[in-house]
Ligand binder design. Structure first.
Ligand code: NAI
Length: 334
């Protein structure tokens, strides 16, 4: 290419702007930062760009892919691992490539998962404001030993395995449900079991599988029925793995003892924005927050210094390899 590669970066937040500008000293792309999310009404902002760079909550549906194609975009570069928000069939039909950042820090997500477990169990988020107000009572702060508890991990890929390594260090028994078995995990003492067995035996269930047609709403009423009373459920993977109606019912009946979420079914309308001065119309989300045993973070599990710089570097390498070396690395498999 005898000119700079032009990339429209949608959904630009401060961390994207800072890390991309720093990384661009090395790559020298022409970057067009857009604050807005990518969706049908904003897609034409990419006019004249070679690539667009998008995140988990951009809506790259069929119509959007068509508009991007018509505007001359050749590459859709996801700056995240998940790709359930992209109409892959349409991109393939139009000969567009879709690349992603398959791994930027499994530690970031696994450590956040552990943070949710420890906070829900030992109630740090409640203890801190209490102590600040001079309330030193221990009422309602009773936790449990994580040591020797049964941890059910659904999806033991990069993040799941990192999490399993941590939980092994706590002396937990690990049960895994995954399509593929991994010898390293078995050597660690983890056991591959059916979903039914995992649901029936786990004290803590953590989701680390991708969102697909098979995994959509996998945690539904039927799944919750099979779980232990007072089970802890943690989801740092994708919101739509959980049927929110079903978990609200499970929380009301006390079948679910603890719920930790970094992702939420309808998070696109909420997360990554400061809505503190607006009215939240999502009643289910508001209901979830009324439970004393629910802890929600807004899709921040990935958010460490290391992960952010890795995201910028891999995204830029993906773009450079495609346009300069004619090679598509980290493509999303169709
Ligand atoms: P990975 O691809 O390394 O592992 C996914 C694992 O899930 C694989 O072992 C795969 O065999 C398994 N799997 C696929 N379909 C399954 C099914 N139907 N049932 C059970 N297991 C199944 O992915 P990685 O890097 O570990 O990421 C996992 C998920 O974490 C991603 O799909 C993404 O949704 C989420 N994620 C969340 C982040 C956050 O900030 N909250 C950041 C990064 C990823």
């Amino acid at each position: 290419m005898d000119r700079k590669i032009k990339v429209t970066v949608f959904n630009t937040k401060n961390w994207v702007f800072d890390s991309f500008l720093q990384m661009n000293k090395e790559f020298e792309f022409e970057l067009d930062f857009q604050e807005t999310r990518l969706y049908s009404k904003t897609a034409s902002l990419a006019r004249g760009s070679d690539a667009v760079c998008v995140f988990v909550n951009d809506d790259v549906n069929k119509e959007v892919v068509e508009i991007l194609h018509d505007e001359g975009v050749k590459l859709i570069a996801l700056r995240c691992a998940g790709f359930n928000n992209v109409a892959l069939d349409k991109a393939k039909e139009l000969g567009m490539e879709v690349v992603r950042v398959p791994a930027y820090s499994p530690y970031a997500v696994a450590e956040h998962t552990l943070g949710l477990i420890l906070s829900l169990n030992r109630k740090f988020h409640k203890a801190h404001p209490r102590v600040r107000e001079g309330n030193f009572s221990l009422d309602n702060l009773l936790g449990f030993d994580i040591h020797e508890k049964v941890i059910g991990v659904i999806g033991a890929g990069k993040i799941g395995q990192t999490f399993i390594n941590m939980m092994s260090g706590f002396g937990c028994k690990i049960l895994i449900y995954d399509k593929y078995e991994n010898q390293e995990m078995k050597d660690l003492g983890a056991e591959y079991v059916s979903l039914e067995e995992l649901y029936g035996k786990s004290d803590i269930i953590s989701l680390h599988c991708p969102l697909t047609k098979d995994t959509f709403h996998m945690i539904d009423e039927n799944a919750i029925d099979q779980m232990k009373r007072h089970v802890m459920i943690i989801n740092t993977s994708r919101g739509k793995l959980i049927d929110t109606d079903a978990v609200i019912k499970g929380l009301k009946s006390k079948k679910i003892g603890y719920l930790g979420l970094d992702v939420y079914e309808e998070e696109e309308a909420l997360f990554f924005e400061d809505l503190s001065e607006t009215i939240i119309h999502d009643d289910q989300f508001v209901r979830l927050q009324t439970f004393p045993n629910v802890l929600i973070t807004a899709h921040q599990a990935f958010f460490t210094k290391e992960a952010v710089m890795n995201i910028a570097e891999t995204t830029f390498e993906n773009i450079k390899n495609y346009f300069i070396h004619g090679r598509a690395d980290n493509t999303v498999l169709f």
